[in-house]
Design a protein around this ligand. Structure first.
Ligand code: FAD
Length: 509
């Protein structure tokens, strides 16, 4: 039999491994619940719930075409070995995965096992990430070529192997309860599954996306105005190619239309298409250099923050009690929903890295656990970029006060997620600690008892961070290292988004 191993590709459409296996003969579609991955610190019950919803929909879709989804539990490759003993596996099919250290090691074990058993394992790409890439030159053109290719046709009929012959049960879709985890606390999380992904895509291109370019940055407008596709892309409920095709279809529909409405759409489409490319650009970095999940990309940054990790500051940040309303609102929104927009993610990390001087690894694990769209390649590359440890990117230090004034001037978002501040006047929201004591009492929000005083002084902390970082970026070795990093990982679109080494930090954003 031919085994299709589902990983982060929980969909029926544009599924190259499924189509290839079906063309070859009898197919067993398998999803393996791996206890090692359930236990890893990045896993939150919300991830398990999302996968369970995705598997439920996929099982129905497979059954409608004569197939079946078998859910097995255990370590790999042991689970495959047992299957192989039940009935010989002729070929194994899956998508390529740019995962974290655990899945990378797991894939190496599976590859060894398959080789030893003489079972060909065909891994097919599903994004623009290129395996064993030799140079970044020409990468964007390869990305575009892959995305232009037509979607893989969905098999009309899936020649499923009768499970009874294998003595197998389809297996229960494992939810949080079945895996011994608490119920997901994310009551506002997106629902998993191919149908939900397609609805999200359709609503974006029907109307939500028109003001995308302007709505992106604010957590108020971003909730509806961002594409909200990341979670579906991360779990493979929809393919990157199908999203790129949908954007191209929309662009064609606007041809010749000179209305302001069409102009807004064109701006939005350009912004979206750039981001879809970034998705794979960032994943490519982890594919090419897996150690960036654990180590500073620029070794010049080694030792800068490691000895100074202050647990109490980390805890305040992680639960949204720093005394900075925009930081706390974003963190609490994330804990409840599994999502915040890009700018607010960057601000959260900037605050951890510069204001609190925390090494990025533990904050990164915390965010990975709470991002429902956790995608290791994007995540760890962005953690390092926003923490100033890539050696090549301009340091971007966000002011939580400015971010609130720019992106939530009426305090809609902050009041929702930090109810302690709900009755504070609008003009006091950005810096509540400056509110006169009488007014604090009148608003039911006494700083230091109802809501924390700032855990650090932003201006002083940023100034100190600049002083601490500068020498490490200016040495000859650091510059040479940065040049090598640009060569290996830099986008070739412009000299650097970048590639400026040892650059001076930007003014606080
Ligand atoms: C510290 C940090 C960690 C992040 N971790 C993740 C992660 O684990 N998974 C993830 O998908 N995104 C991550 N991002 C990128 C970005 O914030 C999210 O992709 C985006 O907020 C998801 O919402 P959306 O789908 O509405 O995106 P949109 O803003 O509508 O963008 C469309 C798509 O483009 C891609 N994209 C957008 N921005 C970026 C970016 N800066 N880099 C790479 N791809 C991008 C995503 O696939 C996204 O779905 C991270 C950003 C930061 C600063």
């Amino acid at each position: 039999m031919n085994v299709v191993w589902l990983k982060r590709d929980l969909r029926l459409h544009d599924h190259a491994p499924l189509a290839a296996a079906c063309a070859r003969g009898d197919v067993l579609v398998v999803y393996v619940v791996e206890p090692e991955l359930v236990r890893q610190p990045e896993t939150d019950p919300s991830h398990v719930a999302f996968v369970a919803e995705s598997l439920t929909g996929l099982r129905e879709a497979l059954r409608a075409r004569g197939g079946e989804l078998v859910i097995l539990m255990g370590a790999l490759p042991d689970v495959f070995e047992e299957l192989h003993r039940t009935r010989p596996i002729h070929a194994l099919y899956s998508h390529e995965e740019t995962g974290n250290g655990l899945t990378y090691e797991r894939d190496k074990r599976v590859a060894q096992w398959a080789k030893a058993r003489g079972i060909p394992w065909t891994e097919l790409p599903q994004t623009g990430v290129v395996r064993r890439l030799r140079t970044r030159d020409g990468w964007a053109a390869r990305w575009a070529e892959r995305m232009r290719a037509p979607a893989v046709p969905t098999p009309e009929r899936i020649p499923g192997v009768p499970l009874r012959e294998l003595g197998l049960e389809p297996g229960q879709v494992p939810d949080e309860h079945a895996l011994g985890l608490p119920r997901s606390a994310k009551t506002g999380a997106q629902r998993g599954g191919e149908a939900a992904a397609r609805e999200t895509l359709a609503s974006f291109f029907a109307d939500r996306g028109e003001d995308y370019a302007r709505a992106l940055s604010s957590p108020v407008t971003g909730w509806e105005g961002c594409s909200r596709l990341s979670t579906y892309l991360a779990h493979g409920n929809i393919s990157m190619r199908e999203v790129v095709h949908a954007a191209a279809t929309k662009r064609r529909a606007l041809e010749g239309d000179l209305s302001p409405h069409a102009k807004r759409w064109r701006m939005s489409l350009a912004a979206l298409e750039a981001r879809l490319r970034w998705h794979c650009h960032f994943m490519q970095k982890l594919e090419d250099e897996p150690r960036l999940e654990y180590d500073n990309l620029a070794r010049a940054a080694d030792g800068l923050r490691e000895p100074d990790f202050r647990e109490e500051l980390f805890e305040a940040w992680a639960c949204g009690k720093t005394g900075y309303p925009m930081i706390d609102a974003c963190m609490r929104a994330l804990l409840a929903t599994g999502w915040v927009n890009f700018r607010m993610r960057a601000m959260l990390v900037s605050f951890a890295a510069y204001d609190l001087w925390l090494h990025w690894r533990r904050p990164g694990l915390h965010l990975a656990r709470h991002f429902l769209d956790y995608e290791p390649g994007i995540h760890w590359s962005q953690m390092q970029m926003q923490s100033g440890t890539t050696g090549i990117n301009t340091l971007r230090m966000y002011s939580p006060t400015k971010q609130l004034l720019d992106h939530d001037p009426d305090g809609v978002f902050v009041r929702r997620w930090v109810p302690e501040l709900a009755r504070l006047p609008r003009e006091n929201l950005a810096e509540p600690w400056k509110t006169p004591p009488l007014l604090q009492r009148a608003a039911g929000c006494v700083i230091g008892s109802d809501y924390p005083a700032p855990v650090v002084d932003h201006a002083a902390a940023i100034a100190e961070a600049r002083v601490r970082l500068a020498p490490a970026r200016r040495t000859t070795e650091a510059r040479a290292e940065a040049a090598a990093i640009v060569k290996k990982h830099g986008s070739r679109k412009r000299p650097t988004g970048g590639g400026r080494s040892g650059g001076r930090p930007r003014k606080t954003s």
